[in-house]
Design a binder for this molecule. Structure first.
Ligand SMILES: Cc1cc2nc3c(=O)[nH]c(=O)nc-3n(C[C@H](O)[C@H](O)[C@H](O)COP(=O)(O)OP(=O)(O)OC[C@H]3O[C@@H](n4cnc5c(N)ncnc54)[C@H](O)[C@@H]3O)c2cc1C
Length: 474
């Protein structure tokens, strides 16, 4: 039997992982369309001034499935570095090491915060506590107490997702907050104690040519094994098969040309909302309306090039406080530890926003000033005027789990699932707040389902249960 033809939409980790696995296991003839100029999607990289930069802080977490990690190691070889984590959180005007360290907490934590947290921990053991409820706020308050909620998670949530934490679903707290209870928090602190440290704790993997090197390596391997990898090609419309035996017709534009690609399967990693809107004949009106209620948070990345060797020794700074508009600042040079280029470093600040809002419309100059003001406000002023400030914009950075998001999402998903030989997966395709290793696990899982030329939807259903348990690593 001839290999099924699979068109993959999107060349982020979920797309390139599937293209490579289909080709390696000879289970399908893949054509991958990636609209951008490089592979990796939000987990991609680009070069500027002799330095590799990511779209915000990206690390490969040791929680990666061992088989996938072994594949990444084989693809990258010595280019994949094992690095210690060394970040800081700005909490009530003080810097706390992240990952958390017991001694640092004892010496530096704001006393009122420490006392409040201890009081909350004791109160949690007492009978008659408030029920957990189902909003982001109530889940965090019930599990981590009001001190951590008010000073850390709730203001951070407002910045990350742009909503009052009472409007956000409890699912966002359960999926997004890895230290989601006092027990987990204490375990995370103890992870830093020699002797109690599990393997990988406080460490991460990082490629020498930026995080995007992982996706680039998968894409290069897929191409070598025969996949048709098309960079700079955007899917514009998808004609559904007219019958069970008819092919899909995927319309695409790239490099000043247009093309129609016929396929037996379409595997999409683009936002499920955009997929539903791209299909012809069009989805029913109620499905199209439901896509409007499934929303993603956008993000601007502000890069500032400084004429100094190093800004700080830290890889990342986290800013949960309401007064600081950016959520995180990373110094990419400290991730790969290559010390290149000499005499300059580039900072990358993450500024969540909504596409088209006042922040989204700010000029690079205004955003550079915002960054300088935010850092000065935290006692971390820029040591020199930036030689360059430039930005990148991510339209879909984080899924927003608003209260009641499940109903419109289910409507869109169940319609997409009802279309034969169509698969939506990956972070955007499943509207899931995931890490790269999760997106890769979905890609490998999709290929596991492709047996004897047919896609096993029952097995995919089982895998969906596993994906639903993914919890984001920070
Ligand atoms: C600020 C930030 C920090 C993060 N930090 C980490 C981290 O430290 N560690 C970690 O593991 N993960 C991290 N993540 C998550 C990681 O970026 C995602 O898990 C990963 O990018 C998901 O891969 P994906 O392939 O599912 O989706 P995406 O990366 O979103 O890829 C989708 C692709 O589809 C393409 N596309 C869209 N429309 C079309 C079209 N019409 N035609 C063709 N192509 C199209 C896009 O260009 C994109 O390349 C972070 C995410 C963000 C936003």
């Amino acid at each position: 039997m001839a290999s099924p033809r699979v068109v993959i939409l999107g060349g982020g980790p979920a797309g390139v992982g599937a293209a490579r696995e289909l080709a390696r296991r000879k289970l399908g003839a893949a054509t991958l369309l990636e609209a951008g100029a490089h592979y990796g999607g939000n987990a991609g990289s680009f070069e500027f001034g002799g330095q590799w930069l990511d779209y915000g802080s990206h690390r490969l977490h040791p929680a990666t499935d061992p088989a996938i990690l072994a594949d990444i190691r084989a693809l990258l070889g010595a280019d994949l570095k094992d690095r210690p984590r060394h970040g800081r959180i700005r909490l009530l005007g003080k810097w706390i090491h992240f990952p958390l360290k017991p001694v640092d907490l004892l010496l530096r934590l704001d006393k009122s915060f420490a006392v409040g947290t201890l009081r909350d921990m004791v109160a949690k053991k007492l009978p008659g506590r408030a029920p957990e409820g189902d909003t982001f706020e109530s889940v965090i308050r019930a599990n981590l107490g009001s001190t951590i909620a008010d000073e850390f998670y709730l203001p951070y949530a407002v910045k990350l997702w742009g909503r009052d934490p009472k409007e956000l679903s409890g699912v966002q707290a359960r999926k997004r907050v890895a230290a989601g209870s006092f027990g987990k928090l204490v375990r995370k602190v103890l992870n830093a104690v020699p002797g109690l440290k599990p393997p990988g704790a406080g460490r991460f993997f990082y490629p020498v040519r930026g995080f995007g090197q992982i996706s680039e390596a998968y894409a290069a391997e897929a191409a070598k094994l025969g996949a048709d990898m098309r960079l700079g090609w955007r899917m514009t419309r998808i004609e559904r098969p007219a019958s069970d035996s008819a092919p899909w017709r995927v319309h695409a534009e790239g490099h000043g040309r247009s093309d129609v690609i016929e396929a037996d399967y379409v595997w999409s990693t683009i936002p499920v909302t955009l997929l539903a809107r791209a299909l012809a004949p069009t989805a029913p009106q109620d499905v199209l309306e439901a896509t409007q209620a499934v929303t993603y948070r956008s993000m601007i990345l502000i890069y500032a090039q400084l004429p100094v060797e190093q800004f700080t020794e830290y890889d990342a700074h986290y800013f949960p406080g309401a007064k600081t508009r950016i959520t995180r600042l990373s110094e990419p040079k400290n991730y790969s530890d290559l010390g290149r280029p000499k005499g300059s470093t580039i900072l990358c600040a993450e500024l969540p926003c909504a596409m088209g809002d006042a922040v989204w419309k700010m000029s690079d100059e205004e955003l550079g000033q915002l960054l300088a003001d935010d850092l000065a406000g935290c006692g971390l002023p820029l040591p020199a005027k930036p030689t360059q400030v430039f930005t990148r914009r991510l339209p879909q950075a984080y899924p927003i789990y608003l209260m009641g998001y499940e109903a419109p999402l289910a409507k869109v998903e169940s319609w997409v699932e009802s279309v034969p030989r169509l698969l939506s997966y990956g972070r955007q395709g499943l509207f899931q707040h995931d890490n790269t290793h999760h997106a890769l696990a979905m890609a490998y899982g999709a290929v596991d389902c492709m047996q004897s030329g047919r896609f096993d939807t029952n097995h995919w259903g089982e895998l969906r249960q596993v994906f639903a348990k993914h919890v984001v690593e920070d």
